[in-house]
Write a protein that binds this ligand. Structure first.
Ligand code: ZN
Length: 82
């Protein structure tokens, strides 16, 4: 099984994509830059369907990025200050 065009292929790029999602979550109306090619106009779609996992689909016309990234939402729950 080969994955022909995986652009988010390293942990570093995945981390970059994640950081982009966080910024996008802060204000979804703001254009984000592509984590792969840094071109503006990245499209992010929240495809989350399960309670403990979120999926974000990235689409970039500049470099042809069209990939979904799974994000565990548990990172959230460890973050309280009591
Ligand atoms: Zn791109």
């Amino acid at each position: 099984m080969t994955d022909p065009a995986k652009l988010i292929s390293t942990p570093e790029l995945a981390a970059r994509a994640m950081a982009t999602v966080r910024k996008w979550q802060a204000d979804t109306r703001v254009d984000q830059a592509c984590p792969i090619c840094s071109a503006p106009g990245l499209r992010i779609v929240d495809k989350s369907s399960r309670p403990h996992m979120s999926w974000y689909e990235f689409t970039c016309q500049a470099c042809g990025l069209d990939e979904a990234l799974a994000v565990a939402s548990s990172a959230h729950t460890t973050d309280h200050d009591s």
